[in-house]
Design a protein around this ligand. Structure first.
Ligand code: MD6
Ligand code: FE
Length: 211
């Protein structure tokens, strides 16, 4: 049996097929308000193979000029990001174990040839909240290690409807997507894979933390 690093939680089949279909409709509405754009690596300007958009009060963006950051507006249209769909807020409440709502939902779209290099999610103000990820559409090979790039990694397949939570000891674990398995799901009519990652970005105000 595959042993995941401490703090990594994989929940296969979290979403029913009907819930996945409903979530795809939610994502389509987000993409109509905030179209996918092609993000760039800081400094080099090399385009990522994944296309991105966001919903929430803050969105994660990257371009050659200003690098990795969160901002309230779409980098190309200048419009505020649409709100996070209620279904995603419910998933966060159910699996995050964190008392405050997420502020950002990054939407990644993978064509069959796209991948995502090994990285840490560390542009948030603190790492108390986990990052919650939801996969839709074609399967992928997901790789996750530990908080140092040189430590061993494990790889496993993520299928449509799966949830992954990186929290606690794994909040800063390196992770990435090595490959997409084309035509492994009929959920998206033109194929490909969507990944949604829910994040808390800012530290909640003290008043909100008191109970
Ligand atoms: C992906 N996921 O599954 C990329 N980040 O396409 C991530 O980068 C990720 O799955 C933080 C926590 C969970 C994740
Ligand atoms: Fe990530």
């Amino acid at each position: 049996m595959l042993v995941l690093p401490k703090g990594v939680r994989h929940i296969p089949g979290y979403l029913t097929r009907d819930a996945q279909v409903a979530l795809v409709a939610d994502v389509r509405a987000v993409v109509e308000a905030a179209p996918f754009y092609r993000p760039e690596m800081p400094s080099t300007g090399k385009p990522l193979s994944v296309r991105m958009t966001n919903c929430g009060t803050l969105g994660w963006v990257t371009d050659r000029q200003a690098g990795y950051r969160y901002q309230a507006n779409h980098p190309e249209t200048g419009t505020p990001w649409p709100t996070i769909p209620a279904a995603l807020l419910r998933i966060w409440s159910d699996v995050s174990g964190y008392a405050h709502p997420p502020e950002a939902c990054l939407v990644n779209f993978y064509e069959p040839s796209a991948k995502m290099g090994l990285h840490q999610d560390r542009d948030e103000q603190n790492f108390d909240a986990p990052v919650v990820s939801i996969s839709l559409g074609d399967s992928c090979l997901f790789r996750v290690g530990q908080a140092r790039r040189d430590l061993p990694t494990v790889s496993f397949r993520l299928e449509s409807g799966d949830v992954v939570v990186l929290g606690g000891a794994a909040r800063l674990a390196f992770h990435g997507v090595d490959r997409i398995y084309p035509s492994t799901s009929g959920l998206l009519k033109n194929g490909g894979r969507i990944n949604l990652t829910l994040r808390r970005v800012t530290t909640p105000a003290e008043a909100e933390t008191r109970s």
